[in-house]
Design a protein around this ligand. Structure first.
Ligand SMILES: [Zn+2]
Ligand SMILES: [Zn+2]
Length: 192
């Protein structure tokens, strides 16, 4: 649910490497590059070669911190106020998840996680240290979906943490539906 590719300036992992590792592990991927869906769209073209599904995601930079959007088809301009970015994502019928909300830096929503109109919270971020108790608490108290992801910028993390759904989503619509119903569980190691 949180994988970067060569379309993120800070990532060193190539799409084809991620897809081939995901195929080996038996997991699907949401590609969530910083402020672009180009990587996710390219992965969809590449994936015929691999037995993997790819979902379009994006880690959108806002003035208040980073948010994950799933199912957008139009990119969101970076560094808008979070409220505005979330509105633009929801207008596309997509869902919004707070990325590593309590990571102690300017890229995280921190206290805004308690008030913004989110659909979910990233409770497990492998690159950021694993499960966040604070993120888990806010998800429970606000009744938001709990998402897990690797936040992989290198191949060794791809597919090593993620989210389990009651059934394998066939499309972004399926994924969005299950996130809205909160039918998701963060998992540290996923094997189909
Ligand atoms: Zn981030
Ligand atoms: Zn990230």
């Amino acid at each position: 649910m949180h994988v970067h590719s060569e379309y993120s300036p800070c990532s060193r992992v190539k799409l084809f490497e991620s897809l081939s590792k995901a195929a080996q592990l038996g997991v699907d991927l949401a590609i969530t590059d910083h402020d672009t869906i180009k990587g996710a769209l390219k992965a969809k073209l590449l994936l015929q070669k691999y037995n993997v599904k790819v979902f379009i995601g994006c880690e959108v930079s806002t003035r208040d911190g980073q948010i994950l959007a799933y199912g957008i088809l139009e990119e969101i301009p970076p560094y808008l106020p979070a409220e505005q970015a979330i509105e633009l994502i929801h207008e596309q019928g997509a869902v919004v998840v707070a990325a590593h909300p309590f990571r102690d830096d300017r890229e995280s929503l921190l206290d805004k996680t308690y008030v913004l109109p989110l659909d979910g919270v990233e409770v497990l971020n492998l690159a950021g240290g694993g499960i966040s108790k604070d993120a888990e608490e806010v998800a429970v108290s606000r009744g938001l979906a709990q998402i897990g992801g690797s936040d992989a910028h290198t191949l060794n993390l791809v597919g090593e943490a993620g989210t389990r759904f009651p059934y394998q989503p066939e499309s972004e619509e399926d994924l969005i539906k299950m996130i809205k119903r909160k039918e998701c569980t963060p998992v540290r190691v996923i094997r189909r």
